[in-house]
Write a protein that binds this ligand. Structure first.
Ligand code: SF4
Ligand code: SF4
Length: 190
């Protein structure tokens, strides 16, 4: 008699847990889906967080003008020499000469995405895009020229006398090896 009672008891427990499980399944079935089908629907979904730091880029105005004055602040603050800026002197309509940005090279392969360059830029000239699809086949292609649009006549220039220092020299890769225990022993013997 006891075994019949156990049978119906466990049958009730099974049905109860089945109903509970189906309830969870039904709830998830009706909940709005968060899974994004990538890369099939990449145009329809926001597939990376807006603040995700994928790559540095220039902020361009509607007329194609960039805001970079080639002041060199970002280059000096970058901890690992990821940014390389070169400048040139140009003749202005008033006969004066001005230094302007010639080339702004950014090496995505060495960037640590610390955003120091963006936060210290005094002209809000650069920003991070969240476009993470940056895969390439060679490391050379990771070095990108950010001022890729043709120079505009009204592109900004640094004030006369603003220093543009070269990037800091890279730190030595390895410290000299410590003398081996055997060597010190030999010296003692000598
Ligand atoms: S700090 Fe800003 S304005 Fe100065 S060189 Fe860098 S991007 Fe250009
Ligand atoms: S995010 Fe950091 S490492 Fe990358 S370029 Fe800017 S300062 Fe350099």
């Amino acid at each position: 008699m006891g075994s019949v009672k156990d049978y119906f008891s466990s049958l009730g427990t099974g049905i109860s847990s089945l109903v509970k499980g189906m309830g969870v399944t039904g709830k998830e079935f009706l909940t709005k889906k968060v899974t994004e089908e990538y890369p099939d629907h990449r145009k329809e979904f926001e597939y990376a967080a807006p603040r995700f730091r994928a790559k540095l880029q220039f902020i361009y105005e509607a007329d194609g003008r960039n805001r970079c004055t080639a002041c060199g602040t970002c280059q000096r603050n970058c901890p690992n020499g990821t940014i390389s800026i070169t400048t040139k002197m140009v003749d202005m309509p008033d006969g004066k000469k001005k230094r302007k940005l010639d080339s702004y090279l950014y090496d995505l392969g060495s960037c640590t995405f610390c955003e120091l360059c963006v936060t210290t830029c005094p002209f809000d000239a650069i920003e991070f895009t969240n476009d993470f699809e940056q895969a390439v086949f060679t490391r050379e292609k990771l070095v990108q020229k950010l001022n890729y649009l043709p120079e505009q006549p009204n592109d900004p220039a640094p004030k006369p006398g603003t220093p543009v220092k070269p990037a800091a020299a890279p730190a030595p890769k390895a410290a000299p090896a410590a003398p081996k225990a055997d060597d010190s022993e030999n010296k003692k013997e000598n």
